[in-house]
Design a protein around this ligand. Sequence first.
Ligand code: FAD
Length: 527
Amino acid sequence: MLDTRKLFLEAAGTASVGIAPPSPPTQALFILYDQLNLTVFPPDLLAQKPLLIFVESFGYATAIPHHQKKLVYILSAQRHFAIACNQAGFDVLPLFTIGSHSKAIAEFLIQNPEVTLTYMLPSEWDTRSEMALVQEQFSAQVKVIPNNFLIADIAKFTPKIKKGYRLETFYRDLRQSTGYLMDGKKPVGGSWNYDKENRKKLPAKVPIPKVSKYEPDQITQEVINLVENYFPNNFGLIANFNYAVTREQALTLATEFIQERLPNFGAYEDAIKVGEPFLFHSVLSIYLNNGLLLPRELCEMAIAAYTKGEAPLNSVEGFVRQILGWREFIHIYYEAMMPEARNFNHFNFSYNLPQLYWDADTELLCLKDAVSSVINHSYSHHIQRLMVLSNFSNLTFTNPQALNHWFYLAYIDAYEWVELPNVLGMSTFADGGILASKPYVSGGNYINKMSNCCAQCKYDVKVKTGDRACPFNYLFWHFVDTHRQDFMENGRVSLMANMYDAKPEVEKAEIYSSSQIFIHNLKRAST
Ligand code: FAD
């Protein structure tokens, strides 16, 4: 049997990262895989020219079987960043370990007792907990500084997270404190949101601008070879890796988005088109989540486009709401709810993930298209994540932990702090209504309204029950019936339970039997 651990270290050791050997240090700064931006670190610390330490951890790479493109991205972006730091005059030490990041740091501290090491609070829980142990063990040598990659004040907002505290209040608070899109105390344009102008179906003839691609350079190619050799069975396709891997490239993509796609971002934010994975989305979460781009600069770029008359307010507000609103809110939720959040399962669903999430083998076109996008790009846009993939998981009574695991490993932008609240809070209602006010479920009509999937699908969205019917139709009403308590408690959606109750008994019986057959025949993954 191959000793993959040994091979991983050998492969990593041959990496042509092009870094000059460091001189003996007294100050060191450990920079994590998702902290790749020096402007976020304290200037007085950087002025002392600390040795910058980067760790490639086999433990992290194997903790879950990440999508192959995700591994390539994390490693390549970190190597490119380390080289850029070296070129900017810093000594850089790349460490490779079969263990965790913290293990490599502990070994370094033992070997270098004269060095004082600083690290920024990790955003992911496990890395944070492991580093806390290192800090405890080497308290005289190690200093932790707050994480500055996000905007909202953790101490101020975490106590507010509870049922009833919703995004809207939080978002308005942040709009006021940042001054973004504000006209004194009033929102620019007179309204806090422009949803009425958004959420349009995409007309067939609207041209969709392409997202620029970057061919792998030598460093990325080396990482691709490493991942191909040592993680060949991980989920997803590695072929055609063409994401940006440096800040300069990511900034070019951000500028391209602002100029070419932001004007239509709002209008078609909720649209789905078969074979179009990116539509008018920014595809920038990848770079935001490891620090190549920063949330403030993206908001400010979008607002500048509005000020110059280059993008309409409905799109710019919609984009700012996603970053300043949702992204920050999700982060505060994670800080408030961990680690208990990992166990949430409000409905006590216990079925394994449907097999189709791994192989896209389904005749339901909306699902096939969404999963294919994840297999190919390690990405699908928000509305596919919510309206298709999470919705189907809920309607088929799938264990939200299984869905959470899949989202975490499958998406290139998935770090636990941003992925888990979206899955266990927003989309599956696994927290019982702390983050969202209702379970995210819908029938085929809504998917039909927002996409061109149904027109080409084997199933008929107009048929409500039976073999030809779109399964989302009967599964939705089955869900409403079986989880009526959560619908009845919420004024906004109690209407649904009432609508179900008003259906003729024959139809209710057909909904029940179609759902039972579908759920029990659905092929499930083995774990
Ligand atoms: P755009 O549509 O262009 O939106 C602009 C930016 O807003 C994004 O780049 C992102 O930074 C931010 N944003 C928008 N919505 C959210 C949100 N709900 N939470 C946090 N940030 C948001 N986002 C991740 O970054 N990582 C994840 O692992 C992740 N998992 C998700 C799982 C589910 C089930 C759902 C419903 C959403 C998830 N999201 C996640 C949020 C959102 O879907 C992605 O941020 C977005 O699709 C990324 O693509 P984009 O950059 O093209 O986004």
